[in-house]
Structures are given as structure tokens and as C-alpha cells.
Design a protein around this ligand. Structure first.
Ligand SMILES: Cc1cc2nc3c(=O)[nH]c(=O)nc-3n(C[C@H](O)[C@H](O)[C@H](O)COP(=O)(O)OP(=O)(O)OC[C@H]3O[C@@H](n4cnc5c(N)ncnc54)[C@H](O)[C@@H]3O)c2cc1C
Length: 637
């Protein structure tokens, strides 16, 4: 479609119909002040709900009005919530709206380094107490794993209390940079590796601010930790407990190594998970919002229906408070060379600069800043439930997951901030819904204990027998974003460019791969394992088994219809045009099904004619609203 350079719109034709939106790029040629005047004028003349949404969308897209002020300017009170939702779900605030294609990279959180430092200092101060006493002797080691934070880190806290000196260690384990189990992709892709490096740099800096440091060693934990324990004469090693077999195997190897170098300690007998044999590795539960010891059932009898789990924990468990910090964690032990994180090249990966979409900043300072930005600065928590299914921009959902997965952010801290927000601003369905989603995260973590390795097997926890294909051509078209379905292609390109994809997108691409293509779901799960910044084995494989219909709950089995999803979540094709700029030239109604002007569709859709936008999401069996081959190496992990 070619566009005239200067079209002068009169006030009568300006806001009349949906065509108005299709032309908004031309309208932006007019001065913003004039537009604003037009809009206010027309609002007073033609206040129809439809015009209301169009106009407000236009205003916010063109940054004429801050989204929070929209509802006060437009006078349709019932529509105001819908409008703000529409705006946030579809916005990518920091971009020039005239061309979604020329949009550049935007950082999450959108605060600069000074602001991030300020928020970290304030938060740490709030959680610092002078009343904790240190009563231990000698040296204790903290072995950091997926708990790359200081705030609410029980392993760090216990190490400090039980010693005169703490040695914090991180092992850059080469196995993390090998290949995935079945299909040989990079186990950690460049985006997550970069994020991890940033987490380590930030943790080191923050530990130094508190009188410690971080020793970064290259090698496996089973080599590094016992050897350090020996040379520093450490009495105990503290670490966060994991739940999946690769990580559990490493725990066993570390315990074995420690037994060879340390005498059994009588004063530090474990009272916590995973170390009942008095070995010197104290494994501490710290990854979930609800503590495993507080659950009203054993993990072996965990309910197989999420709602039952949720209702039970909500009724019977209390979420523990965050662990307070001492003012100083020092003194540090004497170490010749504290070391630093590796470069991407040293990890055998090719550095990948994010030039489009979201660039997440790794580390606890960024994590706390994102909470502050999302809850307090932008006041987005109050709309979360309405906006959470968006796909474009940084603000439709919290984006906490990368920091939760690396442990730079404690779910209990989020809980405390939600409660504070409810006290100081407002409590509504949205404030609750963030906790509802975090309970899903907890649930998948506990399920991984109940179901063990079956989570990684083709038949999943229910051992479902079904024929799957491993067609490489089909799989590559999915992975590379060349299926001929813009909604799939855009999501897959976002994933490989940024390491992130919305929850809505993940469900859609998962359904397409397993149901429309019939591809072995583990290929998709392993590709996610490579790419996702927030990769976590429990949430990833838990969600994939649900999406593939092999999860523990047979009711979690739904087909996502692309036409229906496109119509509901990207009605104007803004998201697809952002990631596939060639679609920008097309009328909005054609962006999702561009026909011959786009790549040929690699497979037909299982249900529904793509040219008719009326097919439904099909529950294989009625399910949760959130969801909407050959075995190469035997059992995984
Ligand atoms: C096929 C598939 C694979 C996934 N793989 C992962 C993964 O490896 N790691 C991961 O953290 N999430 C995974 N998810 C869940 C979900 O998509 C992401 O947690 C969410 O998109 C992260 O964005 P957010 O932080 O803005 O989420 P929000 O909507 O803001 O939710 C807040 C938090 O709740 C938790 N959460 C929300 N939805 C889920 C869910 N379905 N399962 C578990 N936790 C949830 C996350 O910790 C999230 O940060 C997957 C979902 C699907 C469908």
C-alpha cells in the first residue's frame, strides 16, 4: 500500500470509522497539538464507545497523553478500563509509532544504572536489621546456584550467622554450556549466557558493597567446592536446594567430594531438605513463594489439579517473611584472585546484541528496579489481570520471570510488595492475580519432585502413548520463524532475538508445534531451554507437558486456533508487523493472513480454514484458562 505524503483530514472524516486507525500514520504528520485539539473536539461531538477506543489508542500511541491520564480525559467511565487495557496490551511505549518496523531495542527495566542503584540501596536498607547476632566460628562457604541475590537468601544468611567469615562462590559449570539432552541444541544460548554474566557482575558488586566479594571459579561444583572447602578449612557449605535430576546429581557429587575433605561437623547438623546424613553441604529450600516445609501435604501426594493445590495452600499455609540482612556481611576471607565472569566467547557462544524488542538487564539491582517500576512508578499492577495476555511492549505483564529463574529476585519479596501495594494503593483482582501466577510457578516446582524425570519423557507424567514426528524441515521452519503463519513466526523471532516470549505467545507456538505440526514436543521444549532468559526446568517442561497433553492433569489439553488468537490478541496485526516488518505495508486486516505476499504456509491448520476468522480454541478436554518420535538417548536426566 502506498501512502500519500500529506493528506489533510477534516474534522468530519477524521474519526469516523475503523479506517481512521488504518491511517493514523498519516495523521501523525499533523502537528501533535492540532491532533490533540481535534480529538478533544471530536470527543465532545461523537462520543461513541468505538470512537472512544480508537481515539484513545491514537492518543497514547502518539504519546499525546500518558496512558494513566487517558481515563480522565475521555469521558466513558465504563470504557476506561477496557481502553487502558487495550492500550497497554498493544503498546511498545518507547517506539516511534509511525513505523513499528523501525522500532529499536528497549531496556527492561527502563531505569538507568543510577536509578537502579538507588532502588537497590533503598530496598536493602529497608530489609537491614541490627538485631541479628553472629554466633558461629570459622569459615562457611556459600555456593551460589540459581539464587543470585542477597535479599531473602537464606543460604547466605545461614552461612553468615554460623561463621566468622563467609566465602561466596559461583562455579561456571562447563556442562551448562554443552548441548541439550536429546536434540543437541546449545544448553544455554547466548542471550541467557549474557544475562547470567550480568547477574554475576551485579552480585559481585553488591556483595562488595556489603563487605564481601564473589569468588568466580571455572569448573564443576564437585571439583571446585570440596577443593575450596579444604583450602579455606570451611566447616559447612550452604546452597539452595534444587529439584530436578541434573542438579540433584551435582548435589550428590558435591556431598561425596566434601566427605573426602571435611570432617563431619557436629555443630552444623542439617535440619533442612537434602542433607539428613550430617554431611557438610546444607541444602536450603529457597526457590518458591510457599516453603516446601509449610505445604499441607507431602510432595508425593501433591494434588494433580492446580486449583486444588492453590486452594489448599491459600487456606492452610502462610508465606514466610523475607530474611532480613545484617548491615555488613564481612569480613571477607583472603583470596588471591576473586576472578570474574567469563566472556560470551569463552563460553563458546557468539555474542548476540539485542537491537530490537526487549533487552533485559541481568542482576538483583535490575530485578528490584523492575518490581519498583512495574508496581510503583508505572502503577501497572492494578491492571495486570486485564493486560497480562498482551504480546507487544514491556508493560502488559510483570516480566519478572528472568530474574526469578536466576534467583536474582525472591518470590517472597514480590509477595510482600504486592501486599504493600494493596495497603498503600489498592487491592483488586489484578493484585491477586500476580500471586495466582506465582502459585503456578510453585506448583510446577513441587510437581517436578512428585514426577521426577517423567517430566522430560515423551509420554510425560501420564505416560501417554502417541505418535510424534521429528520432521527436521517442519521443526526448522518453526524454530526459525518461517512457517508462513505470521503469529507463529513473529513469536519465534522475538524469542531468538531477545530470549523472551509472552505467555500467550508460548501457548500458541507450543500448540502449533505439537498439534498442527505433530512434532515431538521435546524438540520445542529443548529449543525453549536454549533460548529463554527465564528457562527453568520445572516451569518449562511442566508447561510443555501440559501444552502437549501429556502432563499430570489430563484436563490441561487445549488447541489454540491461530485465527482466533490473532483476532483476540493482535487484532490490528501490530505485533506481527513489529517482528515481520514486511507486513507493515499491508492493510491491518490482512497482516495475519497475507496470502501470496508472504511465505507459503508450511502445514495446513488442523482445525479451521485460515481464511475464516471464526474457528474456536478447542479444549481437548475442558481446561485451565491459562492454557488455553523416537527417543534418542533413553531416559533423560
Ligand atoms: C510452553 C511454555 C513454556 C514456558 N517456559 C517457562 C520457563 O522456562 N520459565 C518460566 O519462568 N516460565 C515459563 N513459562 C510460563 C510463562 O510463560 C512465563 O513465566 C511468563 O510468560 C513470564 O512472563 P512474566 O514474568 O511477565 O509473567 P507474568 O504474567 O507477569 O506472571 C508473573 C510470574 O508468574 C509466573 N508464571 C506466570 N505464568 C506461569 C506459568 N504458566 N507457569 C509457571 N509460572 C508462571 C512467572 O514466574 C512470572 O514471572 C512457560 C509457558 C509455556 C506455555
Amino acid at each position: 500500500m502506498t501512502r500519500p505524503n500529506h493528506v489533510v483530514y477534516t474534522s468530519t472524516n477524521l474519526f469516523q470509522s475503523a479506517h481512521w486507525l488504518a491511517n493514523f500514520h498519516v495523521i501523525t504528520e499533523l502537528s501533535k497539538a492540532t491532533c490533540q485539539l481535534f480529538i478533544c473536539l471530536k470527543l465532545s461531538l461523537h462520543q461513541t464507545p468505538k470512537n472512544y477506543v480508537y481515539m484513545a489508542s491514537f492518543c497514547s500511541l502518539n504519546k499525546l497523553v500518558h496512558p494513566q491520564k487517558l481515563s480522565s480525559i475521555f469521558t466513558y467511565p465504563i470504557q476506561s478500563k477496557l481502553l487502558l487495557r487495550f492500550q497497554i496490551m498493544n503498546s511498545s511505549f518507547n517506539h516511534d509509532p509511525r513505523s513499528v518496523a523501525c522500532a529499536t531495542m528497549y531496556q527492561v527495566p527502563g531505569l538507568d544504572a543510577n536509578e537502579r542503584d538507588g532502588i537497590l540501596d533503598q530496598t536493602f536498607e529497608k530489609y537491614t536489621t541490627k538485631t541479628i547476632k553472629r554466633n558461629g566460628k570459622g569459615t562457611a562457604i556459600v555456593w551460589f546456584r540459581n539464587d543470585l541475590r542477597i535479599l531473602d537468601n537464606e543460604a547466605l544468611f545461614k552461612a553468615w550467622v554460623s561463621s566468622e567469615m563467609v566465602l561466596p562462590v559461583y562455579c561456571v559449570d562447563p556442562r551448562l554450556f554443552e548441548t541439550t539432552y536429546y536434540f543437541g541444541f546449545h544448553k544455554t544460548g547466548a542471550s541467557r549466557a549474557q544475562f547470567l554474566i550480568e547477574c554475576l557482575v551485579d552480585l559481585k558488586r553488591n556483595l562488595m558493597k556489603r563487605g564481601l566479594n564473589l569468588l568466580i571459579k571455572h569448573g564443576t561444583p564437585e571439583e571446585v567446592i570440596p577443593s575450596l572447602a579444604k583450602s579455606f578449612g570451611a566447616h559447612t557449605v550452604y546452597a539452595q536446594k534444587e529439584s530436578c535430576s541434573e542438579e540433584l546429581n551435582i548435589e550428590k557429587l558435591v556431598i561425596k567430594g566434601l566427605r573426602q575433605v571435611m570432617l563431619p561437623s557436629s555443630s552444623n547438623k542439617s535440619t533442612i531438605v537434602g542433607s539428613t546424613d550430617g554431611s557438610q553441604l546444607q541444602l536450603i529450600w529457597g526457590s518458591t513463594m510457599y516453603h516446601i516445609d509449610d505445604l499441607p501435604f507431602n510432595t508425593s501426594s501433591l494434588p494433580d489439579v492446580y486449583t486444588q493445590f492453590r486452594k489448599s495452600v491459600e487456606a492452610k499455609c502462610r508465606i514466610r517473611g523475607c530474611i532480613k540482612l545484617p548491615a555488613s556481611l564481612g569480613p571477607p576471607p583472603i583470596v588471591d584472585n576473586w576472578g570474574g565472569p567469563p566472556s560470551i566467547d569463552q563460553l563458546g557462544l557468539q555474542s548476540q546484541k539485542v537491537i530490537k524488542g526487549m533487552k533485559f538487564v541481568g542482576g538483583e539491582s535490575a530485578a528490584l528496579s523492575r518490581v519498583s517500576e512495574y508496581f510503583w512508578k508505572k502503577d501497572l499492577l492494578r491492571m495486570y489481570k486485564e493486560t497480562r495476555n498482551g504480546m507487544l511492549g514491556s508493560d502488559y505483564s510483570t516480566k519478572f520471570s528472568p530474574w526469578l529463574a536466576s534467583g536474582s529476585l525472591s518470590p517472597r519479596f514480590i509477595f510482600e510488595e504486592v501486599k504493600r501495594y494493596e495497603r498503600e494503593r489498592q487491592a483488586n483482582d489484578s493484585t491477586y492475580w500476580v500471586l495466582f501466577e506465582l502459585i503456578w510457578r510453585d506448583y510446577f516446582r513441587f510437581l517436578s519432585i512428585k514426577y521426577g524425570n517423567s517430566l522430560f519423557h515423551l509420554g510425560g507424567p501420564r505416560k501417554v502413548e502417541r505418535q510424534w514426528s521429528q520432521d527436521q524441515k517442519l521443526f526448522d521452519s518453526w524454530k526459525d520463524g518461517c512457517t508462513g503463519y505470521p503469529l507463529i513466526d513473529a513469536n519465534m523471532r522475538e524469542l531468538s532475538t531477545t530470549g523472551f516470549m509472552s505467555n500467550r505467545g508460548r501457548q500458541i507456538v507450543c500448540s502449533f508445534l505439537v498439534r498442527d505440526m505433530g512434532i515431538d514436543w521435546r524438540m520445542g521444549a529443548e529449543w525453549f531451554e536454549t533460548c529463554l532468559l527465564d528457562y527453568d526446568p520445572c516451569s518449562n517442561y511442566g508447561n510443555w507437558t501440559y501444552g502437549a497433553g501429556v502432563g499430570n492433569d489430563p484436563r490441561e489439553d487445549r488447541y489454540f486456533s491461530i485465527p482466533k488468537q490473532a483476532q483476540t490478541y493482535d487484532p490490528e496485526g501490530r505485533y506481527v508487523a513489529y517482528w515481520l516488518p514486511q507486513l507493515e505495508e499491508l492493510p491491518k486486516s490482512e497482516r495475519h493472513f497475507p496470502g501470496k505476499s508472504y511465505i507459503q504456509q508450511i502445514v495446513p491448520l488442523k482445525y479451521g480454514n485460515v481464511n475464516k476468522h471464526h474457528s474456536q480454541d478447542r479444549g481437548m478436554v475442558a481446561g485451565r484458562s491459562n492454557f488455553g518420535g523416537k527417543q534418542t538417548k533413553g531416559n533423560r536426566r
